[in-house]
Ligand binder design. Sequence first.
Ligand code: SAM
Ligand code: SF4
Length: 328
Amino acid sequence: MQDSFGRKIDYLRISVTDRCNFRCTYCMPEQQTFMPRSDLLDYTEIALIAGRFIRHGIRKIRLTGGEPLARRDVDVLIRQLGRHVQSGVLDELTLTTNGSRLARFATTLFESGVRRINVSLDSLDAARFRALTRGGEIGEVLDGLAAAKRAGLAVRINMVALKGVNDGELLSIAEYCAANGFDLALIETMPLGDGVSGRTGQFVALDQFIEPLRQAGRLAPLDHRTAGPARYFRHEPLGLRLGLITPMTHNFCGDCNRLRLASDGKVHMCLGSEFHVDFRDAIRSGGLDAVDALLQKALRLKPERHDFERQMEDRSLRLHRHMNATGG
Ligand code: SAM
Ligand code: SF4
């Protein structure tokens, strides 16, 4: 599949639910309103749409959210999608999770064909973690990470860079990752959604955030790529693979290869734009032919790039939806 700018589209992110058991301060407000459950696609509908996308050329799927492992019976969906990996039509099925329910699901994930997962961890300090997630227990996440390792899953830790909040912890998190054989990806905050107080003041460019890592050794660029936008480096002497995700300071839209299916059936063509097409009515009333036609429309309408820089400066341009609705 190609979009109208000639970019190859082979990656689908599926937001399994917009709900979450955490309320990370940079992601959503404390009193967040979620979609009514009646708006959600059921697992059969998600699998049908995903199957159709795979026929048209999607080779990688990531499950995300909200918290994907918080939706009831999510293992049913994981197993269903995993069959495409086992039959070879899908190269990869991956997951992004906050880790709190990972201990329960790690083995199922591996048995279903998942080999890599991303786990968000912005602090190793129990009190700071609880404050950042508004109630999360770090112990549960660490248990989940240990279970993932035992199950044979490769882990990348996602850490959002927050000035004055977790910048002092970068080295200890890097050491923790290196000691456990996890990759570490750092992410610049994006101005998504209303009511997320404090995020603008916490923004820090990764060039600046990684200074403690530069002082503690050398960073050499790597050729390693995943389906996502991270640029990778090797840190020595830590022996750590470090990914940098810089939507704000180094635009990567030119290489964008993805579409995002939200839990209500809307396909968002860009995280930073309101453009979307609605697959829920298509699958319910028009069947698979309607899905095929809409997919072509989605490709035609995919924007060239996000507009986060202007949205950061001008509040009136900001998108109302939060990261949990479309999936990170
Ligand atoms: N709940 C899961 C988790 O936290 O990993 C999956 C969904 S979460 C929306 C996916 C990723 O987006 C997480 O790594 C999270 O830290 C990141 N994220 C959320 N809001 C963000 C924002 N405004 N800017 C940058 N990253 C954000
Ligand atoms: Fe939930 Fe993930 Fe958003 Fe945190 S970042 S509130 S864990 S969806």
